[in-house]
Write a protein that binds this ligand. Structure first.
Ligand SMILES: NC(=O)c1ccc[n+]([C@@H]2O[C@H](COP(=O)([O-])OP(=O)(O)OC[C@H]3O[C@@H](n4cnc5c(N)ncnc54)[C@H](O)[C@@H]3O)[C@@H](O)[C@H]2O)c1
Length: 257
């Protein structure tokens, strides 16, 4: 969906997007840039670490630097983003992995920890280092990516389900801590989004294909990455200035009943 000509609600704002090389991150980075933000993308090619990649960035996106451990990597991309943008107005705390699909008794403990480290510790550390900057500015909008998996259970997905529930709890907690400083914190909960991640999950769960999930979606159809980008752009903008601590479901009704 394209914006009306000249629609720039994010003009003058600096946005940091994690997981920016992925499906939802790249679509959202593009949408934020289209709406006027200067966007700094953060990603790396493997869930366990490695260099930040420059591939597939939209023109206004700059890579952040490599660091050794998770805390120092997060601190590093926040420092570098600040150096590039002078401020951070929007933080799309989006990087996440799905992990293995297996029952709890068969779930590899190391894999559980790996998912938790990216999806929970990564989101926590992102806010730990971005919130003080926004609080000092007395403004800012953080959007954490949870999932419909943050609100419901699903067999054979314990690590992912737990991690996305944790993102919801982190969002609610952060929204209360940040509110006195005029900073907003919300979460977005994508449903079944046409993407590599959904394709892999349904394959591993033995579902014939992502389209087989459509009958479970009250309004029908799979979601697109732009459905999420538009929702995030709204939460990022001052148009949502009365919204904080909110869990925005973008799932065409999947989680209602
Ligand atoms: N695709 C879906 O259907 C769906 C549904 C609900 C929620 N989500 C969530 O949306 C977010 C994005 O998912 P996606 O579909 O774009 O997946 P994706 O795999 O296409 O993108 C995720 C990106 O995050 C990056 N990443 C992983 N660990 C990182 C780390 N520690 N630091 C920085 N970058 C890291 C990956 O390299 C990848 O580019 C995830 O949090 C995911 O759980 C996706």
């Amino acid at each position: 969906m394209s914006d009306p000509a000249g629609y720039q609600p994010l003009a003058g704002k600096v946005a940091v997007v994690t997981g920016a090389a992925g499906a939802i991150g790249s679509a959202t980075a593009r949408k934020l840039a289209e709406r006027g933000a200067r966007v700094i993308g953060v990603d790396h090619p493997s869930a366990d670490g490695g260099p930040v990649e420059t591939a597939r960035w939209p023109r206004r996106i700059h890579p952040a630097a490599r660091r050794r451990d998770r805390r120092s990597r997060v601190c590093g991309y926040v420092e570098k983003s600040l150096a590039l943008g002078s401020r951070i107005d929007i933080f799309f705390n989006n990087a996440g992995i799905e992990g293995t699909q297996a029952s709890i008794q068969d779930y590899p403990t190391d894999e559980f920890v790996r998912v938790f480290n990216v999806n929970v510790l990564g989101v926590f550390l992102g806010m730990k280092y971005v919130l003080p900057l926004m609080q000092a500015q007395k403004s800012g909008s953080i959007i954490n990516t949870s999932s419909i998996a943050g609100l419901i259970g699903a067999a054979n997905m314990s690590s992912y389900i737990i991690s996305k529930h944790a993102v919801l709890g982190l969002t609610r907690t952060a929204s209360l801590e940040a509110a006195p400083f005029g900073v907003r914190v919300n979460s977005v909960h994508p449903g079944f989004i046409e993407s590599r991640m959904l394709t892999d999950i349904v394959h591993n769960l033995g579902v014939p294909g992502a389209e087989a999930l459509v009958p479970a979606v009250p309004l029908g159809r799979l979601g697109t990455i732009d459905d999420i980008a538009i929702a995030v752009a709204f939460l990022a903008s001052d148009e949502s200035s009365y919204v904080t601590g909110h869990s925005l479901l973008v799932d065409r009704g999947k989680t209602v009943g």
